[in-house]
Design a protein around this ligand. Structure first.
Ligand SMILES: Nc1ncnc2c1ncn2[C@@H]1O[C@H](COP(=O)(O)OP(=O)(O)O)[C@@H](O)[C@H]1O
Ligand SMILES: [Mg+2]
Length: 284
């Protein structure tokens, strides 16, 4: 598995595998009169792997990927938008490929941009016509952070809908494993996976790779755990404090009481264990 492969939940993995199987059987399905345009709509918060999944699908199908950012195609001259779209779809059909429509919700933006509703309708109708005229050899993948902005008629054109949400602990562990690139031990990765709740895959990647870079520059063979913890807390905006305050120490300890022993709290703040003990036994 390379950086270009998405990491998915088992359910989503199965859905994608199934989609690919159907694509590969498209000749037989077509012959029986039950063929359908292979089309997936990906939605969910930013940084959760929609774009990477587009690449993964193309890679697994062995097809070239044609990426089009819809936001850059929506012209202030709407006639041009429909024309851009037609040219794009025509180009996509010149040979089998995965047509990836990123920032797909930009279609809906037309509604807010001082245009008449009629103009939006025309663009949507032309998009629907383009989708409907796609041959079975073109795999359509569309991604949006704002699925609720999409027209119902567009929504219905997609045979598979996947919501890529923020990664759960298991997925975060997989992401960390990949992105710390061997620069953290597995029990540390478990800890980081617990502490990165609420962070997207993109943020986790940045955090891990910043740690790796710092370790390499320091000629270290691993990211010091305290360094990684500081990075994670900073991103989650959890104040570390200077360690002299009992509330600061307790807040960190409560994040993971088993891991944050007095010894580790001392290491994190560069104090002696006896000093940490003294503060922790102090009354508030
Ligand atoms: N589930 C995931 N699997 C693999 N990489 C991921 C995942 N989620 C996020 N990433 C990483 O985060 C970055 C942003 O992901 P991206 O696919 O662009 O997110 P989106 O398109 O949903 O905004 C990518 O560089 C990728 O390496
Ligand atoms: Mg994206």
């Amino acid at each position: 598995m390379t950086d270009a492969e998405v990491i998915l939940s088992p359910e989503h993995d199965a859905a994608i595998a199934n989609f690919i199987t159907y694509y590969q059987a498209s000749d037989r399905l077509e012959a029986a009169g039950v063929g359908q345009t292979p089309a997936i709509l990906l939605h969910g918060p930013p940084g959760c792997g929609k774009t990477v999944l587009g690449h993964t699908i193309a890679g697994r199908l062995g097809l070239p990927l044609l990426v089009a950012r819809i936001d850059s195609m929506v012209s202030s001259y709407l006639g041009a938008t429909a024309k851009n779209m037609r040219l794009l779809f025509e180009h996509a059909q010149s040979k089998p490929c995965v047509l990836f429509l990123d920032e797909f919700d930009a279609i809906a933006k037309i509604r807010d941009d001082n245009h008449e509703l009629g103009e939006l309708k025309r663009v949507v109708v032309s998009l629907l016509q383009n989708i409907d005229s796609l041959g079975r050899q073109t795999v359509l993948v569309a991604a949006t952070n704002h699925e609720h902005l999409l027209d119902r008629a567009i929504w219905r054109r997609f045979t598979l809908h996947l919501h890529l949400e923020l990664p759960d602990e298991r997925l975060r562990r997989h992401l960390l494993e990949r992105f710390v690139r061997g620069y953290a031990a597995s029990d540390e990765i478990d800890l980081y996976a617990r502490l990165t709740e609420g962070l997207s895959g993109a943020v986790i990647r940045t955090c891990a790779e910043d740690g790796v870079r710092a370790a390499i520059v320091a000629n270290a063979t691993a990211i010091p755990w305290a360094d990684m913890i500081r990075r994670i807390l900073a991103i989650r905006q959890i104040p570390l404090g200077d360690g002299r305050n009992v509330d600061d120490l307790r807040r960190i300890r409560e994040l993971d009481p088993r891991f944050f022993t007095q010894k580790r709290l001392a290491e994190l703040h560069d104090f002696s264990v006896s000093y940490v003990q003294k503060i922790l036994t102090r009354r508030r």
